[in-house]
Design a protein around this ligand. Structure first.
Ligand code: ADP
Length: 306
């Protein structure tokens, strides 16, 4: 029998439920359960279904908000990158145009001066070419990182080759490259990206450090990774720049980097390449002076013998 007390309570709760559910308001713990009779049991189930629907809706809209925010961030970053790229391309292009225009407008120009202008044009064209090369590496890493093929690579050989390739530039700056990696280190990776990690780090140590040596070491081996270090004993960089030097187009000393042919993309390529290889990288100030890059690279896990 439906008692008067239960009936009144059911009706008043039902009115409250209708009012809240019409507004889509979630029910909190203060919303009482319906009385434990036949109708009340059914209504409590309706309330539970409503609560679940609201919960699902809220988590879906939170996920949607996150996706929207992420895509807005991506759009902002892309816009920033495009602005930086066009700025970086404009400088060498307008300088090439300027030199060529002067040569064309002055047919009587002294041959030595013409030669000097042409050399400057050539330098700027080379700058453009390295910018385009770096940008194509970055685009490949951004847009198709999942498609980058990895194979078993002899890291020790790749590093030895990179050292050989940099020896002439290093000795021109009186820098010794000391490669302490043992033979036979094998990683799982993409050859050209791994080459670009060592190429950029050696290039930078030779161009910017002003030190007398750059040392490549194996710091340790984990079950899934190698821990590596490339360190120089040069001037290093101020602490405030340490975390920012991996950003695209970030330069510590704008004028100096451009003069040395730097694109401002080298370390961002290094960082992305390390990330694509399941690793991480950080820059550390060396005491008393110098700059060290510590990073990890994924290895092929050793199969347990059965
Ligand atoms: P860039 O293409 O201009 O060389 P990078 O991203 O490779 O750009 O490097 C960013 C900046 O970090 C450089 O402009 C340079 O000022 C600084 N830098 C990088 N490596 C070193 C180093 N070994 N010693 C001192 N400064 C460095």
């Amino acid at each position: 029998m439906w008692g008067v007390k239960n009936r009144n309570k059911t009706i008043s709760l039902l009115k409250e439920f209708v009012y809240l559910s019409e507004k889509g308001t979630p029910l909190d713990e203060t919303f009482e359960r319906f009385p434990d009779d036949e109708l009340g049991v059914l209504l409590n189930r309706v309330v539970d279904v409503y609560t679940n629907v609201i919960k699902r809706e809220n988590s879906l809209s939170a996920a949607h908000e996150m996706v929207v925010k992420e895509s807005q961030d991506q759009i902002r970053q892309k816009k920033q990158l495009t602005q930086n790229i066009s700025h970086e391309l404009k400088t060498p292009v307008s300088s090439i145009c300027g030199y060529l225009e002067t040569i064309l407008n002055n047919p009587e120009m002294a041959p030595a001066q013409r030669q000097a202008f042409l050399r400057k044009c050539y330098e700027q064209a080379q700058r453009l070419s390295s910018l385009l090369q770096d940008l194509s590496v970055i685009t490949r890493m951004d847009e198709a990182s999942g498609l980058i093929e990895k194979e078993s690579l002899n890291l020790s050989e790749i590093v030895s080759e990179a050292v050989k390739e940099h020896e002439i530039a290093a000795s021109a700056k009186s820098v010794s490259i000391i490669n302490e990696l043992p033979d036979g280190l094998v990683i799982k990776g993409n050859r050209s990206l791994i080459q670009s990690i060592f190429h950029n780090l050696l290039d930078n140590a030779i161009s910017y450090s002003g030190g007398s040596e750059v040392r490549i070491r194996l710091l340790g081996r984990g079950p899934n990774e190698l821990q590596l270090s490339v360190a120089d004993n040069g001037v290093g960089i101020d602490k405030v720049h340490l975390t920012r030097i991996f950003e695209r187009f970030y330069r510590v000393d704008n004028g100096r980097s451009r003069k040395q042919g730097g694109t401002g993309l080298g370390l961002s390529i290094v960082k992305n390449a390390v990330l694509i290889h399941g690793g991480s990288i950080k820059a550390i100030a060396v005491k008393p002076t110098g700059l060290e890059f510590r990073f990890t690279l994924e290895i092929i896990p050793v199969q347990a013998k059965s």
